[in-house]
Design a protein around this ligand. Sequence first.
Ligand SMILES: [Zn+2]
Length: 177
Amino acid sequence: MNNYTVQDLWREFPNDDACLEWVKEHRWPEGIYCVKCQRVTRHHRVKGRRSYECDYCRNHVYPTSGTILQKSTTPLTAWFGIVHRMASTEGATSARQVQREIGVTYKTAWRMCKLIRHALGEHIRGVQAGRGAGGTDVKRGSAGKGALAGSPQGPARTRLTTVQFHRMLAKVFSINV
Ligand SMILES: [Zn+2]
């Protein structure tokens, strides 16, 4: 089983365009249905905006609308980075670490962590439960860091597959896959 590492993350999502493209592709795998043209049409990326424009009628669609990314001005790469960190540490990621590593304010980091942890809640517990012993005492919020450090397996380092990570991204960004 391959482990989806930070290097894999950077390779797959080197910039915000790549992140947005991923959200678009997974939200509309059959192509974008244009409400004005009333059919699936070709769309192209709009520079400087998180949107795609219909080639025919120029109607804009926003892949992040209705998701926790909607109103955020924080780069999408930061969101993806935190999801990855949460996924590979079973939620044991603090707002301080995010603040330091991603370079956002503490308030922003705290909010992002809260939203992502909330969205991933079941997934994090699911991964944990799958590991067997110690799976039930993961607490939300503190994310069971203390419990994990004291577990026989040592600090939590889940092997994360590409499929698992993509599922978690989809979950966080409310995309049905
Ligand atoms: Zn159109």
